[in-house]
Write a protein that binds this ligand. Structure first.
Ligand code: AMP
Length: 395
């Protein structure tokens, strides 16, 4: 079901509560070191301001666990936004209460206010209904553009939307729904999923569900060793998830039943220690007991790039190796390059794969880079995202 977008709302002179994802990295001096999340919200912010909204921006930052902390204040973000927008941003040090209310009452059409970190309130993550109601009373309209937290039912992402007849998504969520929706419902075949990273538990459900839609799954990263172990290979000292061997087995069974191909590494870049200084070598098939696999090897890269080059749709989540260390980054970067050169619809989701694509300067050649790792995985798994479900349906 399509959701209302900001263009469906009459925002002129209205107080608009816009939930954004300004969860940006800060350095020791509390300066924003990467403003891409702020920039990602700009189209929605600019549209609302240009159309005369009285804009109330609300976000979380980090994990303050329901307590106020100077180090996680959004004040530096207000300064950064002010510079980017070249416009005065009013900062409200509280969210509920007379100070916040007065700040809102003083807004004129086209003005913009940023509230303090919403996660300073324990009620936020508890999705407390009174807190949601209090937040809703601050505004006339609700817009959600925080895709990165759309899979969480929190007061400012889900609870609040219940108190508005017309709540809409911003441009960022709309774009995510367009691309991820295409992958979930009508992907052009052959569709291939490239899944890496270390946490089997986080990804196994996604792979199992994706098997209904994809032709091929390319597995890399630390999780590949749990898969190889299930197939009886020796994986040496490689990272292993003993607790989820049964889930991996059921996934293999489903793939077999559906006649889908799960591709696994056939060679590995190995070292004795999890350390860039540890001497590296390449081994095929079984990994010696004293070694650990830290990247996919050259034959695996070649195999994977063949599948990538003939795919029409590709989804990528998770690095192929320990790409943070120079000796173990080739697999991830070669796959990123393969995606960038393919003619397929390419969608990259998940913090580390997005970081790798950006580090390789290839972001511009992907069809879509998702702003939400967990949210994009849950969406593709077919799970409803509470922050989006709560918005009003179109038509
Ligand atoms: P995830 O959050 O599950 O996507 O995992 C990302 C992390 O997996 C990155 O920090 C990688 O360094 C790590 N990783 C990738 N390959 C391996 C590997 N072979 N052994 C250990 N960690 C890995």
């Amino acid at each position: 079901m399509k959701k209302l977008t900001i263009e469906d709302l009459d925002v002129k002179g209205k107080r608009v509560f816009l939930r954004v994802d300004f969860n940006v990295p800060l350095d020791e001096d509390r300066l924003v070191t990467d403003d891409s999340r702020i920039k990602a919200a700009l189209p929605t912010i600019k549209y609302l301001l240009a159309n005369g909204a009285k804009l109330i921006l609300v976000s979380h930052l980090g994990r303050p666990k329901g307590k106020a902390s100077d180090s996680l204040s959004l004040r530096p973000v207000a300064e950064s936004l002010e510079e980017i927008l070249e416009k005065k941003i009013v900062f409200s040090p509280t969210v509920i209460g007379p100070v916040a209310q007065t700040a809102i009452d003083c807004l004129s059409a086209g003005d913009c206010l940023l509230m303090e970190n919403i996660r300073f309130f324990p009620e936020e993550e508890k999705n407390d209904s009174q807190f949601s109601k209090d937040l809703a009373s601050l505004a006339d309209l609700y817009v959600n553009d925080a895709f990165g937290t759309a899979h969480r039912a929190h007061a400012s992402t889900e609870g609040i939307a219940r108190y508005f007849d017309n709540s809409a998504c911003g441009y960022l969520i709309n774009k995510e729904l367009e691309f991820l929706g295409r992958l979930a419902s009508n992907p052009e075949q052959p569709y291939c999923a490239v899944i890496g990273g270390a946490k089997v538990k986080d990804k196994i459900g996604v792979i199992t569900n994706l098997l209904d839609r994809v032709e091929d799954v390319l597995i890399g990263g630390g999780m590949a060793y749990t898969f190889l172990k299930v197939l009886g290979k020796n994986v040496g000292k490689s990272i292993l998830d003993q607790e989820h061997l049964d889930l991996v087995e059921s996934m293999f069974e489903k793939a077999k039943k559906l006649n889908k191909t799960i591709h696994l590494p056939v060679d590995h870049v190995v070292a004795e220690e999890f350390d860039n200084q540890s001497p590296v070598s390449i081994v095929e098939d079984n990994i010696p007991d004293e070694m650990m696999g830290l990247d996919i090897g050259p034959k695996t890269i070649e195999n994977y790039l063949k599948v990538v080059s003939s795919a029409k749709t590709i989804f990528w989540n998770g690095p192929m190796g320990v790409f943070e260390m120079s000796n173990f980054q080739k697999g991830t970067f070669d796959i990123a390059k393969g995606l960038s050169e393919s003619n397929a619809v390419t969608v990259v989701g998940g913090g580390d794969s997005v970081a790798a694509v950006n580090k390789a300067n290839l972001g511009h050649s992907m069809s879509h880079i998702s702003t939400g790792g967990g949210a994009s995985l849950e969406f593709l798994e077919g799970k409803p995202l509470p922050g989006i479900e709560a918005l009003a349906d179109k038509g």
